[in-house]
Design a protein around this ligand. Sequence first.
Ligand code: DQA
Length: 147
Amino acid sequence: NRVLVLNGPNLNLLGTREPQTYGFETLKDIEIMCRATAEALNVDLDFRQSNHEGELVTWIQEARGTADAILINPAAYSHTSVAIHDALRAADLPVAEVHLSNIHQREAFRHHSYVSSVAYGVICGFGSLGYKLALEALAQKLKYRFD
Ligand code: DQA
């Protein structure tokens, strides 16, 4: 099984960006942790980050046929992007939405995510552990594919 992990805008700055909100780990640290988790779950990982909405849309389109599930932290695009919503819907793959911070505890504009309604599950507030938990949930979902 192959999982595409997508990280949205500004997540390349993790480690230095508002560490009180997002922690001191870098995206590379999160990638290393995800790779270890994926290996234990016997899942192949494709781990990417982009600051560009259209690039994320293209990657989601390409996932159809090349990946079995998508883990996405859409970052700020969660709250704005109908295009990412539509692409995920079209991809027709199980989607796990992850946020490092608890978006419901923060500004009102972060309370709604366009991705959540097309996600199999949503995890927020547990920092990088959310990525690990989401990978486990997706691996489990793929193992027992009833839909
Ligand atoms: C985030 C939460 C978003 O509101 C924010 O725009 C981000 C990161 C998170 O992981 O907590 O960039 O997705």
